[in-house]
Design a protein. Sequence first.
Length: 298
Amino acid sequence: MITVNLRAKSPKAKIARLPPTLDTDASATVESLVGSISAATKLGPERIRLTLIDNTRLLPGTLLEKYDLQDNSIIYVKDLGYQVKWATVFYIEYAGPLVIHPLLYHFQSLFYHQEFAHSTIQTTVLNLVLLHYLKRELETMFVHRFSNATMPVLYIFRNSFHYWVLSGVLLGYFVYAPNACADLPPWAYYALVGSWVFAEISNFITHLILSSLRPKGTTQRKIPYGYGFSMVSCPNYFFESLGWLAVVFLTRNWAAAVFWTVSTVTMFKWALKKHSKYKREFAGKYPKNRKAMFPYIA
Ligand SMILES: NC(=O)c1ccc[n+]([C@@H]2O[C@H](COP(=O)([O-])OP(=O)(O)OC[C@H]3O[C@@H](n4cnc5c(N)ncnc54)[C@H](OP(=O)(O)O)[C@@H]3O)[C@@H](O)[C@H]2O)c1
């Protein structure tokens, strides 16, 4: 049995009823420690995040002995605030473009104050966007195995901005505007729609591979292999970016280019972090020639 000291992570955000010390068995699980803190503070366990002085997170599903805790070790406790299911946030995010695109496309007199015939490209983009976000909703429901069950409720607003405003309003408003996307010669049209289909199917395959790495109900992480993973750590982001690039060339519209740039830069930043995490986590075993997101480049 050891006695650990508990401190609020931020001195400004005090946690009511947080006991200064707690006795625990070093061979107990992180969940049991979280459970004791939850019982004392009356905060739900999903709101509690524990870290050590060097910011190492005490991960659910691990034993306390993994962190080499001693008598009087300090554990920092953070109240993450009200939580919402991770999947719920995704459903809400992706619902934005699914609602906004059909509205902008079908109610043209309301948004553009005139009636006009859409170009083939505009109708195609509507269908591609709907298929893309429907795929994402279904993947959230049936494919992804997230390690975090919940996230702070305020994240809904932060994360939704990208999908509702950039992918929904900005992209939709300017792409469905009168005379916005002139048609292309058939060879260019089919090449771009074909590239989009290839990118979406490839993105789906990488999601199946990621999901196969983690037995249901666990948070296990493994090194992914196969398909784009032989070249990059995050081929799912690479294919996602490729799909939206096809939309940029189909539409030749600045709003599509802005959305593609913001998405790709965001995914690249995440890919760099995930890439270094893989190298840290699987030191020595991680394939050395893999890049983060762009094959042979970075
Ligand atoms: N257009 C855009 O701006 C944009 C931005 C971001 C994402 N997206 C799309 O949304 C998709 C999902 O994004 P994401 O950021 O959630 O992707 P991600 O972090 O690569 O993860 C996808 C799923 O696989 C799991 N996973 C990842 N690596 C794993 C490993 N080594 N072992 C076991 N499981 C692992 C993740 O679990 P964890 O919960 O543990 O991470 C998550 O459930 C992307 O592939 C992309 O298509 C689009």
